[in-house]
Design a protein around this ligand. Sequence first.
Ligand code: ZN
Ligand code: ZN
Length: 128
Amino acid sequence: MRGARTFILAVKIPEQFFMPNADLRKERDFYMFQDKTLVCKDCGNDFIFTVGEQEFYAEKGFQNEPARCKDCRNSRKNAGGNGRTGMKREVVMHEAVCAECGRETQIPFKPTNTRPVYCKECFDARRA
Ligand SMILES: [Zn+2]
Ligand SMILES: [Zn+2]
């Protein structure tokens, strides 16, 4: 086993948040976490369930250890898996000049010369 570490969690976590099969030793009010080698359900490779991940799981109250290695988890995520992506798409704003009132405005797309750009007020006014 490579890179075995022990880590003392400096916070109290409610008893019910613990995975029943986790390698934990309770020392006074602290819990000992240790890097753990698990076998991936998908590819069959060993992977390390790190102290940091165990801490994260414990804090979230997850009852199960991860069944898949990072690679397999990532490829599932990329495949669109559970729909809980939480990814923020960054909107890039572009400077443009309103074709109606000539004011500078910002638009969420690249201005082209083929279509006039309007500021929000003029755009709303034209739609109304
Ligand atoms: Zn895997
Ligand atoms: Zn305008």
